[in-house]
Design a protein around this ligand. Structure first.
Ligand SMILES: Nc1ncnc2c1ncn2[C@@H]1O[C@H](COP(=O)(O)OP(=O)(O)OP(=O)(O)O)[C@@H](O)[C@H]1O
Length: 752
């Protein structure tokens, strides 16, 4: 636009116009001078020629008059031409005026355009500044800036197009200049021609008639030349004028179009700015808001942190107090559970007796002797019926397992007792019965179908594992046997060595077995190793193991020691799993020698067991624990705080009914004895006390050990609900019969 402006409104065009005016003026002066000369020529009298007879004009010939007329005619024509030329000059003047007017308009337009441009560039500058400020702001503003940039580039493009058009116009103007130059040249040549003519005219007076003719001819040539030059000049002027007008109009039209485009662009930019302004305002507001927030953020954060800390502290306190409360509740529940369990056991009787009838086996043979003599009550699983010598006898025990009962069924019945061992109770589980009645099967079982021993240890492991978060437990096992009243360590290096049961030297009155090996076990694999080791000891020591085993009491002693991590409460529970020697009576087998001695020892120990239980039940001041190695060894576990389960194994066949009857009577008698409520071997003590106590337990892990005494508040109660019931009902709760005698004990009556 600026280029166009400089081209159209610039000095070049003005110069051209001025030149034209000057040229016209010069031409006009020339014409005037020419006219004056002609006038002079006309006024001068024609001088007589040298060879001519007439010396005066009045005497001039008619040819000269004719020439004179012609000249005057020519002069007239010249005058006419002059008039035409002046007309032309006038026209040129008019056109020049119009051109000046157009130029003025153009100037105005250009000035307006310059103003508009100025305004536009100002806006553009403002836009750029806005864009720059927007760019410096957040990413959403960047997007807006991009839009503005696109608009600006459009404007730039329009500008460059305008510039190209200007260039074109400039070229056209240059062409026009060229044309003007050519015209100038033509004018110059016409001047030259005029000069020539003038020279010829000057020469006219000194010539003769022939010279006048020449002169007239020259004038005619001059006139025609002048006419032609004039016509050419007019044409040129006209075409020049037209070109100029056209160029001006075109330039004006282009300028208008460009102005329009610029205006449109400007309007676009304005609308963009208008749309941008609210966005910018919102952004600015947002930015200010954010700035305020950011300024206030550390304070907010601090406050939030403070409140969160306070909340966390409060939550921790709440959790702590909740934990304390839960711990308190847990302990209370634990106590309650134990109380309930004890109450249950107490209501059932601290000595529980169950019977298990084995199936008839091939070993029982065939025929009448091998017929089944045992039946069950379909509605009551605590009743067993025996057909003895044709007479039906019924017994009520705590539970009776038929031959169909699995090892798991039996174990389920004893499970609660085993768990109570973890809580610090002493437990004894006896398998009682004649040889071949299934004692070993119930206690040890087979590798594929293990009995109570292995299942009990498995249960202990899993229970201990469950409580591992709160309690620390160690489980140790010892294995011993009592054969002919001699106690041997089945896990020791020397199984033949006789072990003694001694009082703890600490004066606590507890017993311990010096030299009895204890293995700490942590898994079933450990137990299997221990059992294997014990079994190997037994096999190498005795040639006839089956016979030997049926004549000895086998004991598996499991000790569970626990410490409550939060309270320091310590518990020790002992689980005695005893596979008793065969209970068959000596008189029946008619044994002699060593067999007789064996049988006497067995009978003695079994009857001692009966005596001890009877003494405990009747709360005698003296309980004869020392009458046998078995009762002496199990003294702690049979005392008033302990729990005892006797599994009476029964052979179902006819030939064994006497022994079965005898066993069931023994069971019934034992079941009726009440040991009083169990108490837990537990104490709350400081770690120093615990260490001192641990130190006193000589050989707890290793060789032998003493047991801690009872806490005075956990001593047995003097009378239980069951006592009262039994007192009411009478001893034995028989079902239509009374016990006759107790194995080998010299026939203690049922009244015992
Ligand atoms: N409930 C039972 N189910 C299947 N078989 C049994 C069951 N009880 C015992 N038996 C089988 O009866 C036989 C004798 O059992 P077991 O050896 O356990 O008797 P015991 O009383 O231990 O004899 P002993 O006093 O001689 O050791 C074994 O072959 C045993 O597998």
């Amino acid at each position: 636009v600026s280029r166009l402006r400089s081209e159209l409104g610039g000095t070049d065009l003005e110069k051209h116009r001025d030149l034209l005016v000057v040229e016209n003026e010069r031409l006009r002066q020339e014409m005037r001078r020419f006219e004056a000369e002609l006038q002079e020529l006309r006024a001068k009298p024609v001088a007589p020629c040298a060879g001519c007879e007439h010396s005066q004009v009045s005497t001039e010939p008619p040819e000269s008059a004719q020439l004179r007329d012609k000249l005057s005619q020519l002069q007239l024509e010249v005058a006419e031409n002059k008039g035409m030329l002046s007309e032309l000059n006038l026209e040129v003047q008019q056109k020049t005026d119009r051109l000046a007017e157009v130029e003025l308009r153009l100037k105005d337009c250009l000035a307006e355009k310059a103003q508009e441009e100025e305004r536009l560039s100002r806006r553009l500058r403002d836009s750029h500044e806005t864009i720059a400020s927007l760019r410096a702001q957040s990413p959403p503003i960047k997007y807006v800036i991009k839009t503005v940039e696109v608009e600006s580039s459009k404007t730039k493009q329009a500008l460059s197009e305008s510039q190209a058009r200007n260039q074109h116009l400039q070229e056209q103007v240059a062409m026009q200049r060229q044309v003007l130059k050519e015209m100038e040249q033509q004018l110059q040549s016409s001047h030259q021609l005029t000069a020539q003519l003038r020279a010829q005219v000057r020469r006219l007076p000194g010539h003769t008639h022939g010279a006048v003719g020449e002169h007239a001819h020259a004038i005619a040539m001059y006139e025609s030349e002048l006419e032609r030059a004039h016509g050419q000049m007019l044409e040129e002027m006209q075409s020049l004028e037209e070109d100029k007008n056209r160029a001006i109009e075109e330039a004006f039209a282009r300028a208008q179009v460009e102005m329009k485009a610029v205006h449109e662009n400007l309007a676009g930019v304005r609308t963009n700015l208008l749309t941008l302004q609210p966005a910018l305002r919102t952004l600015t507001n947002d930015y200010n808001g954010l700035k305020r927030q950011v300024r206030g953020f550390p304070l907010l954060l601090q406050e939030a942190l403070k409140s969160v800390k306070a909340e966390i502290g409060q939550a921790i306190e709440e959790v702590n107090s909740n934990n304390q409360e839960l711990l308190r509740k847990y302990r209370r529940e634990l106590q309650l559970r134990k109380k309930c369990h004890n109450e249950l056991v107490r209501l059932k009787g601290n000595i529980r007796v169950i019977a298990r009838v084995r199936p008839v086996t091939k070993e029982d043979g065939e025929g009448p002797d091998a017929t089944n003599a045992v039946t069950f009550d379909a509605d009551d699983d605590s009743i067993i019926h025996l057909l003895h010598k044709g007479k039906p006898v019924s017994f009520e025990l705590d539970k009776v397992f038929s031959p169909r009962a699995s090892q798991q069924d039996v174990f389920q019945e004893v499970q609660a007792l085993i768990t109570s061992c973890i809580d610090g109770f002493n437990v004894c589980i006896f398998a009682y019965g004649q040889t071949g009645a299934g004692k070993t099967y119930t206690m040890e079982g087979t590798p594929e179908n293990p009995g109570i021993n292995q299942r009990a240890l498995q249960l202990l492991f899993s229970e201990v594992q469950e409580k591992a978060s709160d309690w620390e437990y160690t489980i140790t096992v010892s294995a011993a046997e009592i054969y002919n009243e001699v106690l041997r360590d089945l896990l020791g290096q020397e199984p033949q060595e006789k072990l003694e049961i001694r009082l703890c030297p600490d004066g606590s009155g507890q017993l311990y077995v010096p030299g009895l090996t204890e293995f700490q076990v942590q898994s079933v694999a450990d137990i299997n190793k221990v059992f294997e080791f014990g079994h190997t000891n037994r096999t190498t020591e005795f040639t006839n193991l089956n016979e030997h085993s049926s004549r000895s009491h086998a004991l598996l002693i499991v000790t569970v020691r626990g410490v409550d991590c939060s309270t320091g409460l310590r518990t020790t529970g002992k689980l005695n799993l005893v596979d008793l020697a065969g209970s068959e009576r000596v008189g029946k087998s008619g044994a002699e020698g060593s067999r007789l001695r064996e049988a006497q020892h067995i009978n003695k120990s079994l009857s001692a067991l009966g005596d001890v239980i009877a003494a405990l039940r009747s709360r005698q001041g003296h309980v004869p624990f020392r009458n046998s190695k078995l009762t002496y060894l199990l003294q702690d576990s049979l005392s008033g705080d302990s729990k005892t389960l006797m599994v009476v194994q029964v052979s179902p066949v006819e030939k064994n009914t006497s022994e079965t009857l005898y066993s069931l009577k023994f069971a019934e008698r034992v079941r009726s004895v009440e040991l009083g409520p169990g108490s837990r071997r537990a104490e709350l003590g400081s770690w120093s006390r615990r260490r001192a106590w641990d130190g006193g337990q000589t050989g707890v892990v290793g060789k032998g050990g003493c047991q801690k005494g009872l806490a005075p508040e956990l001593e047995p109660k003097s009378l239980t609900i069951l006592d009262i019931c039994l007192f009411k009902e009478g001893w034995g709760r028989e079902c239509g019969h009374r016990s006759e005698e107790v194995a080998g004990s010299g026939g203690k009556g049922a009244a015992d």
